[in-house]
Design a protein around this ligand. Structure first.
Ligand SMILES: Nc1ncnc2c1ncn2[C@@H]1O[C@H](COP(=O)(O)OP(=O)(O)OP(=O)(O)O)[C@@H](O)[C@H]1O
Ligand SMILES: [Mg+2]
Length: 310
């Protein structure tokens, strides 16, 4: 449905996107993930025709964005990174105003607005001025604006930045209900756990280049291990992380934080017995042990050597 092929873009000598290629299937809720400055917004700008690419191709439903720009725009709804609303107007009037820009009017527009306010959970607040809204409510209204012309594809550029946890859940519910109704969604974020909650497949971008692409499970497999062992000890002597790493016990990555140690382990090699023996040999006491699946966040850290939040 959306095919992005070898997209490359530079601003001056700065290469912002390099041979970016991935596909989004019809009806999919797809995640585009990357830290600040990775090139996410630039890719979205290209996808929506705001910017041009230097080379590459993008096809939407088989049509090239280079030659069928106008037709493709009709199928796209964009929620930009910066909220664009008329603060002095209420939600209903905002939707009416933006609907007018799309050429919608009359009863058709009114019923569309009522429907969108309902799905966005804003019906009770529709007469309230937008300037009195919380960040999350503004964001939901912005999504509703993007859905006015019934696009088959919705593109969201970091829709939860500056939004509290409860509002975030509302936004998630809204996005999921749009996905269930058949909208194809490109969800952009630098919050790994959001992508992990919402999306099955993900493209990870860093400094304009692909870091990983596939299902969450495939991305995690790329780093060659699937589990994280968390240990709390009575104390962690200096250099103990190196001792663990060099123990030939399938330990690939060690992070120490006070008394807590997180080990990324290769399940096929790691032995818990061996770890416990080593801890005892060092005359340390285990307070707690916990084994869990490696998160996408941890996978990213190992693929790029950096955390997503900077
Ligand atoms: N119009 C522009 N002119 C020059 N450089 C630009 C322009 N737009 C973006 N850049 C640069 O391109 C790189 C990618 O920016 P972009 O906004 O696409 O990243 P992003 O992944 O959306 O980041 P963020 O998470 O901060 O929104 C950055 O280094 C940015 O400084
Ligand atoms: Mg951005």
């Amino acid at each position: 449905m959306i095919e992005i092929k070898d997209v490359t873009k530079s601003y001056g000598r700065h290469k912002v996107l390099q041979n970016v290629s991935f596909e989004i299937m019809e009806g999919e809720l797809f995640g585009l993930l990357g830290p600040n400055g990775a090139g996410k917004s630039t890719l979205i700008d290209i996808l929506t025709g705001i910017q041009s690419m230097d080379s590459g191709e993008i096809f939407i439903n088989g049509k090239s964005i280079k030659t069928d720009k106008v037709e493709i725009r009709k199928q796209l709804g964009l929620v930009p990174q910066d909220i664009a609303l008329l603060e002095e107007l209420n939600a209903f009037d905002n939707l009416e105003y933006f609907g007018g820009l799309y050429g919608l009017a009359g009863q058709e527009l009114k019923s569309q607005i009522e429907k969108l306010l309902e799905v966005a959970g804003l019906t009770d607040k529709k007469k309230e001025k937008v300037k009195n809204y919380s960040g999350g409510m503004k964001r939901r209204l912005n999504i509703a604006v993007a859905m006015l012309h019934n696009p088959s594809i919705l593109i969201l550029d970091e829709p939860t930045v500056g939004v509290d946890a409860q509002s975030r859940q509302h936004i998630f519910d809204y996005i999921q209900s749009l996905a269930e109704q058949g909208t194809t969604i490109l969800y952009t974020s630098h919050y790994m756990e959001e992508i992990e909650t919402l999306c099955k497949r993900v493209f990870i971008l860093d400094l304009g280049e692909e870091v990983a692409y596939g299902t969450k499970e495939e991305v995690k497999k790329l780093v060659g291990h699937t589990q994280t062992v968390s240990l709390t000890l009575d104390r962690v002597p200096a250099g103990f992380d190196e001792v663990l790493k060099n123990s030939e016990n399938g330990i690939q990555f060690v992070t120490v934080n006070g008394q807590d140690i997180a080990l990324t382990i290769d399940q096929t090699i790691f032995s818990m017995m061996k770890l416990i023996e080593q801890v005892e040999q060092a005359q340390l006491v285990i307070k707690s042990v916990n084994v869990k699946e490696t998160t996408l966040e941890e996978a990213f850290l190992q693929l790029t050597g950096k955390t997503l939040r900077d």
